[in-house]
Design a protein around this ligand. Sequence first.
Ligand code: GCU
Length: 361
Amino acid sequence: MIREELAKRKLPSPFVDENGVQITTAEQWEKHREKIKKILSYEEYGNLPGKPDEMFFTTVSSNERFCASEATHEKIIMTIVMNGRAFSFPFYFTYPNKPGKFPTVILINFKADVPHRYLPSEEINAQDVAVASFCYTDFTADDWDFTNGFSGVLFPDGKRGPHDTGKIAMWAWAAMRIFDYLETRDNVDLNNVSVAGHSRLGKTALYAGAFDERFAFAYSNDSGCGGAAISRDKVGEDLTAVYTRFGFWFCEHFAKYQGKEHSMPHDQHFLHALVAPRNLYVASAETDQWADPESEYLGCIAAGQAYEYYGKKPLVYPDRFPEVDEVLHDGTIGYHLRSGSHYFSRRDWNYFIKYMKENKR
Ligand code: GCU
C-alpha cells in the first residue's frame, strides 16, 4: 500500500546517475552523493560556505550549580574570521557533572534560553546527554536582510546570486561550527553527536545532518515543507506558500519551482538519502497537517536504498501510514508520530534519546 502511495508522487530517483544508470554499490553511491549535494545546493538551499579562516571560543560564564548542581551550564562566544571580517555569536553548553564522554545534541533553537520550552535541559542532562544550543537569530536574522549577522560576512552589500547560500544553510553551518568547538572538549563522545531542531529548524537539522558527515544522528522534528516532507503533492504548506513568506530560507533559484513541484530534478528524500549510513530520525505530530506527517513518512521510505548500500536496514515500517503514537525504532531511520500538535515536546525528546542510546556507536 505504501509503495503505491509513494509511486503516486512520481519522485525522481537519487539512485540513478546522469546517464540513467542505477547506482548499485556503496562505492558508487559515495561518489554519486557528491552530485546529490550539488543538486540540492544549486536548486534549493544555495551553496554551503567553506570553513572559516579562524575561529576563537571564549567561555564567558560557567555555572556548576545548574539543575541542583547536577549539571554545568556554560555560555561561550564563538568568533569566526572569514573573508577579512569577524563575527561573534553566543551558544550554550550544558553537561552532567560527572566524569565521562557524553553523547551530545547540538540543538538549533528559537531562543537563547536554557532551559526553554523546546529544551528541557534538566531531563536531558539527567539522562547523561549533553546539549550545545544556540538561538538561530543570534547567528543571522530570520528575514530577507542578508547584511545582518553572519550573512554580512558572506554578503557585505546584502546582494546574493541565484545559487548563493540561503538562511537554512547558514544556520546549519553554525551548527557545524559548534561541532568544531565540541571537538575541543574532552567530555564529548564525538562518535555520538546529533543535530536537532524543530519546524524551520528541523529543516535546518536535516540539512546539517545531510551535509556534515560528522553527525551520527540528525533529528528533524515536525519539519514539513523544505524539510522532511516530500514536496510533490504535499498537503498543507506547498512551495508557493513557503517561498512567498520565507523565500530567504532558500536560494533565489528555488523560486522557480513554486507551483511546479513536479518539475524539480530532486525532492526532499535526496536529503534523507545523504544521511546514510548514519542515523536519521524524523518525528511528526498528529494534527500538524501544515507540515504533513504522511509526506514526512514517505520521505523516509523513499530514501531507503541509500541505507541498503551499506547493508543497513532503513526505516522498518508497516505497510500503511503510521498510527498515532506509533514509534518505529528498528531501522537506521527512526520515526514517530506523536499525538497532539506542532511542538517539540518532552515526549519527542524522550523517544529520540531512547533511539539514540539504542543506536550508539
Ligand atoms: C511556518 C512555516 C513552516 C515552518 C514553521 C516554523 O509555519 O510555514 O514551514 O516550519 O513556520 O518554523 O514554526
